[in-house]
Design a binder for this molecule. Sequence first.
Ligand code: GLC
Length: 435
Amino acid sequence: MSYEFDREEYSRRIRWFTDARFGLFIHWGLYSIPARGEWVQSEERIPADEYAGLSREFDPAACDMRRWMEDARAAGMGYAVLTAKHHDGFCLFDSAQTDFTSVRSPAGRDFVREFLDAARAAGLRAGLYYSLIDWHHPDFPHYGDRNHPMRDNPAYSNEGRDFGRYLDYMHAQVRELCENYGKLDILWFDFSYDELRGEAWRAGELVDMVRSLQPGIIINNRLEVSGEGFGSLAECRPTPWHGDFVTPECIVPPRGLFDAQGDPLCWESCVTMNNHWGFCAADGFYKSAPMLIRKLVECVSKGGNMLLNVGPDASGRFPERAREILYEIGAWMDKNSDSILGCGPSGLEKPEFGRYTRRGDRLYVHIFDNTIGPLPLYGVDRERIASVRRLCDRSEVPISKSWVHSDYPELAFADLGPDPMLPDMTDTVLEVRLK
Ligand code: GLC
């Protein structure tokens, strides 16, 4: 029987997600100890049993998930996603399938449960990242695989490895996450490659199980693709395991994302704050808060979300620089979140001075660079302007009557006053209420 895609139900399911627009990604696990990023085991060809030795010292006593969620809330985020298990196979949750978990480590804690409890207490929606890839499991392909730490070592041939047995393990773990932790809002699978995609993961059976246990959950597209590729929903040929949203990685799509019929797709750009997902002590190349604010506006102006990542260290703390950036973003969101939450593309051409976002009859004018003289409201029909207010303080912004723009009667110009230095040099937002 072919899969019947229910567009109505789908739109209902993703509504909170496209309203929230801004979320926190958290990559945390054993790799925080070497502190060289989450791919350290693969990049440095560390055998599983040697790498597993790290679990004997994993005891992040300073980890306080409530503080992490306070930080996310302070940044103006509406949801958070934690790595329950990354490619290294180490689980931050209690699993009957393996002892390679944080509960069996000196930490003795189920961090997934603590995370979900803290997120819900903070009023955040919460999701779990779960790696389809597992470099710890003996039945996952080793020699010759594209990513496995032992991919170059013929001593790790795949003779006797039973991938079906690995899939039973993986499905059983996903069932544990869906059955034992209450309501989940997102399952963030990662990632398909080469022939490992779709039914190679027994994706139809997996998604049936997930959706039966977590009816309202939204699932990303990486049972089909990775950060590259869009998935079957984009092709207008949705498979039963289609992703609910596309996951461009470390990029904001140049023009937004649309399906084969030209209709807008639901998408979320996942973005590192520096250049690593997992904690990397040497990576101090953080994107600034002003840059990330403008990229969040860009995502929303193109109809997408931004999932901004923090990689906590092995003590269980967010890096201080990351917290500073979250709070600086939050200071802007505190005054301007109306121009982000529930907003999307304006349908107008991008203005030269910045970007537009829109929600119903509210057009938000994001001014990144002030203009010389009054600000041209490109594409806005003057007759439809009911009011213009500076969003940060709701003060009135008059429509300019200056002679300097008399040659452009078709355009409405906003009079921002005599001070060329805008109140917020990162992004001063005007709210235009349209008739
Ligand atoms: C890539 C990386 C993985 C990371 C993910 C986040 O798949 O391999 O380490 O968790 O991107 O999107």
